[in-house]
Design a protein around this ligand. Structure first.
Ligand code: 9UX
Length: 72
């Protein structure tokens, strides 16, 4: 089964930022789809259930140069 994790991304200012975050998230093993909304800062990440640790997604976003907050 697959599930979705939603992160709040801070620090994006243009479409290019969105592309960088989407690419970083999509590169995390187990992720099948990542879409980022620039206006809301919301990143929706589709991945296998139990396959991806949410902290790994946040780490990927941070490695790409942005801030990420996981849902509480
Ligand atoms: Mo756009 Mo983002 O010019 O880090 S790429 S602001």
């Amino acid at each position: 089964a697959s599930t979705e994790t939603v992160l709040a991304v801070e620090g994006m200012h243009c479409a290019s930022c969105v592309g960088r975050v989407e690419k970083a998230l999509a590169a995390v093993p187990g992720v099948t789809e990542a879409s980022v909304n620039l206006a809301t800062g919301q990143a929706r990440v589709r991945h296998g259930e139990g396959v991806v640790a949410p902290v790994a997604l946040a780490a990927a976003v941070r490695d790409a140069g942005f801030s990420a907050v996981l849902p509480s």
